[in-house]
Design a protein. Structure first.
Length: 644
């Protein structure tokens, strides 16, 4: 069985390539095996690997995605009929005559296109011939040939095709510099201009600044652009296009140094606008003859300028969003920084640094409030996936019946209340990281479904039949002893080992008391900036109390304690009376400290939960309360920074 790669749409429409066994790079580079002329594709956009009856695609990491049947695909198998979109080009994989297997790197053979411009027709039609012309040339009875069409019709057809291709290209190109090059090169292709320039307004007050330029001799960058202040002023003042068919005789331009010195014979200048705002100017000129530019060129350039303005405005907004996202990511990395210099926390940070660069699953274990989510953020934001989403999910907060829908999504009508298709957390995290907190709360049934996704990367939405595949790194966290849960049979052994390829144990705060002063300073600085309170530090007596306390709620409890102290402190220093009374409870000889009724209740809840291995339904039955009441009390404990 052989394969053909057929160009369904784009500048190369109608071309087809027979794919021999081996690797074939697709792009616009001269060395590409399947060379495209579409300027919106990358030089080396993706490659196809043909082996026997299989074709696999591998994206080459370009900024513009490779879409297969409308979905971004980094790598994976293709089947006959799949459509691949790159830039403004759409290709289709088809079955064809068996290609030669001359070698592993055999180049694809280009076969005759389905249709081409008629001999002797306008050369500009070669890459923009329409479906009607193709049909006419393939079947003489279908209609007139390109030669027989009136010149005005051919020009209108060419301009409409150009507008269509430009609109499609502007839709996929997201960088302003590439947009600029696309515009000026297009104008040189479809007009008799010798040079084309794109100027964008910048500065205060806004002035035209060169964004892209091309001449028929090559790239005009580095050469002073030929500009006319008169043309610029008129376009910017009135927001209308200006045409000078005979620049030497035009009273607006005659005698100007730029026009005389460069011997400009014909010129036009059009606004690049988005809605009612002029963003820049597109200028063309010819030095060969007067009348090189006419009303048709003016209309085409004006229409392209209007299309380009919207694309440039969108590109600017996207650039601003990317910059804002980068700033937010930096802020999150800063927030995710683990405060501490003790040997215990240094060992954790060293391990985090090692695992961040890989894609292995990580199981983060530690008591409640130790900072498991911060560790997950540190892993993500120092990994190669940092530019992609980090989705955090608390498995213990999702009702058991909704876990599958939340993780994998659902189709419309899958169950009562499913009024629309909803992507799950795995879909949302595609390319990035999914953090599953309280993983020990998953039921046995949901553990099986999670294990399948971890092993294959594939799943179906609830109520759906389509198998989806994602690239997601999974981080999990728990305050349970999962190894003990495995021995009891309440947690799957295979899932435990799949999640715990690398295990990170976070020490409780009582085991790294040397970090308490650093954490206090960190929280004080944070709350000072948020509240404006002029708290300079902690008194020695308060410092001793803070260091002596066991902190059952760990770092979360310390943070809440300092938040409260900053709010109620009267002076520049936090005093013992500004701290919770629990820090000063008198201990019983040889026993725990004295407990209030509320604390005694919490301790009893903890004891019962330990007895039931975290089973909240059984715990509620033993305590003699409703399960909802237990959940409420556990949430109150979490808000107080205490370990449930």
């Amino acid at each position: 069985m052989g394969f053909l790669l057929f160009v369904v749409d784009g500048p190369d429409r109608g071309r087809q390539f027979a794919l021999a066994p081996g690797e074939h790079v697709v792009g616009r580079d001269t060395a590409a095996g399947v060379r495209l002329t579409d300027r919106t594709t990358s030089r080396n956009h993706f490659k196809l690997v043909v082996s026997g009856t299989e074709v696999r695609l591998a994206d080459l990491g370009r900024r513009n995605d490779t879409l297969v049947n409308g979905r971004a695909l980094r790598q994976g198998p293709l089947t006959v009929g799949d459509r691949i979109e790159v830039g403004a080009t759409c290709l289709e994989l088809r079955a064809g005559a068996a290609a030669s297997a001359a070698g592993a790197n055999a180049a694809p053979t280009e076969t005759a296109p389905v249709a081409s411009a008629a001999p002797g027709s306008d050369p500009s039609l070669n890459s923009t011939v329409t479906i009607r012309l193709r049909a006419a040339e393939a079947d003489p009875g279908a209609g007139p040939t390109a030669e027989a069409l009136p010149a005005a019709y051919r020009r209108a057809h060419r301009d409409l095709t150009t507008l269509y291709m430009v609109a499609k290209a502007l839709h996929v190109v997201r960088e302003i510099d590439r947009l600029g090059v696309l515009l000026v090169e297009t104008m040189l292709d479809v007009t008799e201009a010798d040079a084309a320039y794109l100027f964008l307004l910048a500065g205060t007050p806004p002035k035209p600044a060169l964004a892209a330029s091309r001449t028929r001799k090559g790239d005009a960058s580095g050469e002073p652009p030929v500009t006319s202040a008169t043309l610029f002023a008129e376009v910017l003042r009135d927001g209308t296009s200006v045409l000078a068919t005979d620049a030497q005789a035009d009273p607006r331009l005659a005698g100007q140094k730029s026009v005389v010195g460069q011997q400009i014979r014909s010129a036009l200048c059009v606004p690049v606008r988005s809605q009612d705002r002029v963003l820049g100017l597109l200028q063309l000129h010819s030095t060969r003859k007067a009348g090189a530019h006419g009303e048709e060129d003016l209309r085409l350039a004006t229409a392209i300028g209007n299309q380009a303005g919207i694309a440039i405005e969108n590109a600017r907004l996207q650039a601003e969003l990317r910059a804002e996202n980068a700033n937010l990511a930096e802020a999150l990395v800063s927030r995710a920084a683990i405060v501490g210099k003790s040997p215990e926390i240094e060992r954790v940070l060293k391990l985090v640094g090692k695992v961040a660069a890989s894609d292995v699953t990580v199981l983060i274990q530690g008591e409640s409030g130790t900072g498991k989510e911060l560790i997950a953020q540190s892993v993500h934001y120092t990994s190669p996936r940092k530019g992609k989403p980090l989705i955090c999910v608390n498995c213990g907060a999702i009702p058991e019946t909704l876990v599958e829908s939340e993780l994998f999504g659902h189709e419309k009508g899958a169950f009562t209340g499913a009024v629309a298709r909803k992507p799950g957390h795995f879909e949302r995290a595609d390319g990035g990281t999914l953090f599953l907190d309280e993983i020990g709360e998953l039921s046995a049934q949901n553990q099986v479904k999670l294990l399948r996704v971890l092993e294959t990367g594939r799943f179906e939405r609830v109520g759906g039949t389509e198998t989806l595949q994602v690239s997601v790194r999974v981080l999990a966290a728990t305050n349970r002893d999962l190894e003990a849960e495995v021995r009891k049979g309440s947690f799957r052994e295979d899932l435990y080992y799949r999640l715990g390829v690398v295990q990170v144990e976070i020490p409780p705060l009582r085991e790294r008391r040397g970090d308490i002063p650093l954490l206090i300073d960190h929280f004080l600085e944070t709350y000072r900036s948020q509240t404006g309170r002029r708290i300079t530090g902690v008194s020695p007596d308060a410092q001793r109390a803070l260091r002596a306390y066991d902190w059952p709620g760990n770092v979360r409890e310390l943070r809440n304690c300092m938040d409260r102290a900053v709010v109620i402190a009267d002076g520049p220093l936090i005093q013992p009376e500004d701290l919770p009374s629990a820090l000063f409870a008198v201990p019983r000889p040889g026993d725990d400290r004295l407990l209030s009724l509320d604390e005694l209740e919490r301790e009893h809840i903890r004891k019962v939960l330990r007895h039931t291995a975290g089973n909240k339904k059984k715990a509620a039955e033993i305590l003699g309360i409703e399960r909802s009441t237990l959940y409420k009390k556990l949430e109150e404990m979490r808000q107080l920074g205490m370990t449930p």
